[in-house]
Structures are given as structure tokens and as C-alpha cells.
Design a protein around this ligand. Structure first.
Ligand code: SF4
Length: 340
């Protein structure tokens, strides 16, 4: 049992000052950190409990964006009326993540900061460049079926980012707001998580004692309808083999706007902007969706056990686009019938 200092902060300034450096960690829900400390994979000298920080609010800003406090629990976020109505893809993704008990504890910031589920990372003994830089990667050439990626990989690491919530946020468009002893910063959500490259131990853009204070979601797409499809080995309490968040707005039968992000197949929440661009102005048909899905998975690199993720990822994209479009068409039909 390793010893560490523990303190509880009542406000953001005292949390940042208690953190004080690299060997410290903030803890909120603890659904990642406590596991990894018990496994001796993470060894912080100091843990700063941020559960009492007043960062629990959800509010609509004047410009239409939604501000979500770092400490908002996943359940509260999923069932917030504004999220259910304007950002249903986020609500759907959250409710397909983890278990009810975990969602009740897990926070917005903690979910953004989730660490990988690669068993070689978590067992504490295998070669793992993420846990021990320069030691190698046991997953390449090992068992790499379920929590290993085909997009955004490198020769140093192929672990997938495990979050469902982050996939939805990548599709919506979001900004991560952080504060540390050197001031405040706003980081585009798509730049927050890093590709592994040759430094897989550096997973995100946070520096030193910086703390996530809130996340803002872009204003909702006018007329947008959404679907989150998560394909996995069992239907609950399981990470995605492939997932897709899609938001579609129609002009008649033509796609006026589209957003696609994928999970389970990539080393970070994966926005498929080229696929989105290919959909704009196209008819909302299966053929258009299949073309976009093929573009979304372009450049995928299969490993020993996970080549199936390439067609599975395409299927997830097609299904999410199909379901989002069906919701948009149903709404249009309902409006037309109401006018007759
Ligand atoms: Fe470690 Fe990444 Fe390789 Fe897994 S895939 S063993 S996390 S370096």
C-alpha cells in the first residue's frame, strides 16, 4: 500500500493550490482514479478531492451554447431537460455508458479525463508505453480485439479512448475550460485529447495543476436530429467495439447539415469531418450514408484481432445516420400532418 496525502477543497483556488504539481491528482467520482491507484497503475503523492467545488450548474449562455459544470454527474446531465431536448445525442450516449451506479458518481470532467481500458495498461506488469514510456506495447501482437483501435494508432500505442460521452461532445462541438496557477484557458474539444504518436503517456492537453472547470457545448444545429449507436459484446455495462454519434438536419429530402463522431475504433474521440462534408447537399439515402461511412473509416489500420472493426465502424455510422434521418423525417411528417 502506497501512502499519499489527501485533502478536500472547497473552492477552485484552494484545489489548484493544494494540487501543486505533477505527482498530484484531482479526484471527483473516483470511477477511474481509485481503480488505478488500487491497481498501482497510478501512484499520486497527493490526491485533492474536488467533490465540494461549486461546479454543478448547467446553464444556457446568451449565445445559445450550453455551459456544463465540471462536477455535474453523468446521470444529471443525461436527464437534464435542455440536454434531452437540444442535445439528445449526448443524453443517448451517456445512458449507454457504464452502469446506473457509475453514472450517478461519474462527473463531466472525470468522463473527459477517462483513461484507457487496455488490459496491458491496467495489469501493471506488461510492456506498456502509456504506463511506462519506452517499455513497448504488449497489445501490438497481443490480444487486441476489443479495446484497441484501427484509427489514430501509432507504433507506440493502439488503445481506444473509452468514453461514450466524449464521442457525443465531439459530434456536437464543444470547448473544455480549464484553470490553473498560470490562469484560465479554453481548449477546443477536438484538440483536448491527443493522438498517441510516440508519446502515448501524454493523453490530453492539461498542464501542471490545471483543473477542468466546465465544458461548453456549441449551440444546437437548427433542425438537427440525432442518434447514438453503440455496438458491443453485451448490451449493458460494456465498452463499445464501435460507436457512432450522428446529427442530421434535412431540407426536404436533402441533407443540409451533418455531424459524425466515432468511438470504440479510435485512440481519441474521432470526428469524421470529411464524411460530414461528403453528405452535405446529398439525398438522405442509404447510398449516401454508406459512402460517408466508407470515408469515415478511410485510413483504418487493422491489427491481429480487430480487423472486424472496420466494417463494424461503417455499420455504426450508417445506422446512426439512418436513425437520425428517420427522426428528422418523422418530425417533418408530423408537422405536415398538423398543417393539413
Ligand atoms: Fe499500453 Fe497503449 Fe500498448 Fe495498451 S495499447 S499496452 S495502453 S501502449
Amino acid at each position: 500500500m502506497r501512502e499519499f496525502d489527501y485533502s478536500r477543497a472547497d473552492n477552485v483556488d484552494s484545489a489548484i493550490s493544494a494540487h501543486g504539481g505533477q505527482a498530484s491528482a484531482y479526484v471527483a467520482g473516483g470511477t477511474t482514479l481509485i481503480d488505478l491507484v488500487k491497481l498501482d497503475v497510478m501512484q499520486p503523492d497527493r490526491i485533492v478531492d474536488v467533490n465540494r467545488l461549486p461546479l454543478n450548474g448547467i446553464e444556457v449562455l446568451d449565445d445559445g451554447r450550453l455551459k456544463i459544470g465540471a462536477m455535474v454527474r453523468n446521470t444529471a446531465l443525461a436527464y437534464h431537460p435542455r440536454v434531452e431536448h437540444d442535445y439528445s445525442v449526448l443524453s443517448q450516449a451517456l445512458l449507454q455508458g457504464a452502469s446506473r451506479q457509475l453514472r450517478n458518481r461519474a462527473t463531466t470532467a472525470g468522463n473527459v479525463m477517462q483513461r484507457v481500458r487496455c488490459p496491458y495498461f491496467r495489469n501493471g506488469v506488461s510492456a506498456c508505453n502509456k504506463r511506462e514510456p519506452g517499455s513497448g506495447c504488449a497489445a501490438i501482437g497481443g490480444d487486441n480485439r476489443s479495446v484497441h483501435a484501427v484509427l489514430g494508432t501509432s507504433e507506440a500505442c493502439i488503445a481506444t479512448h473509452p468514453s461514450d460521452m466524449c464521442v457525443a461532445m465531439a459530434a456536437i462541438g464543444a470547448t473544455v475550460h480549464v484553470r490553473g496557477s498560470s490562469g484560465e484557458r479554453a481548449i477546443d474539444f477536438l484538440d483536448f485529447h491527443r493522438l498517441p504518436g510516440d508519446t502515448p503517456h501524454i493523453e490530453h492537453d492539461l498542464e501542471g495543476d490545471e483543473l477542468i472547470t466546465h465544458v461548453t457545448l456549441d449551440a444546437p444545429i437548427k433542425g438537427g436530429h440525432a442518434a447514438y449507436i453503440k455496438l458491443r459484446d453485451r448490451s449493458s455495462y460494456q465498452f463499445a467495439l464501435a460507436s457512432s454519434a450522428a446529427i442530421v438536419a434535412l431540407d426536404g429530402d436533402t441533407i443540409a447539415a451533418a455531424r459524425i463522431a466515432m468511438g470504440g475504433v479510435a485512440t481519441k474521440p474521432w470526428r469524421a469531418q470529411e464524411a460530414e462534408n461528403a453528405l452535405i447537399g446529398q439525398p438522405a439515402t442509404l447510398e449516401s450514408f454508406e459512402k460517408a461511412a466508407a470515408i469515415a473509416m478511410q485510413g483504418a489500420t487493422p491489427y491481429k484481432d480487430n480487423a472486424f472493426k472496420i466494417p463494424l465502424g461503417r455499420k455504426a455510422v450508417v445506422r446512426s445516420l439512418r436513425d437520425a434521418t428517420a427522426r428528422a423525417q418523422n418530425q417533418d411528417q408530423g408537422r405536415d400532418q398538423g398543417q393539413n
